[in-house]
Design a protein. Sequence first.
Length: 102
Amino acid sequence: MSGKSQVDQLTDGINYGAIGFGALAVLAPRLFQGIYGLKGDGNLTAMSRLWGSRTAAIGAIGLLSRGSGNYKTLLAVGTAMSVVDTLVIANAGPDVALRSRV
């Protein structure tokens, strides 16, 4: 059994998920957009890749900062970013796919 606490295991899972999901958005943006029901042009593809790179970076920072004095601050910033992203897309207009807003 792992010596990590359940909170550490959960945060690791979230960080690894952010890295994986971010990498998907960068490397396969059309697949990423399809998961959310988005039909995009080149602009959306570019924005998907930008979102993916920052999401992967936040996940990596979360993993690499464990044990540092800034760990809780960095974790809070990453969580706040995700909450804001969620609220923005959840409140997007009807021209954004329902699957994305959910």
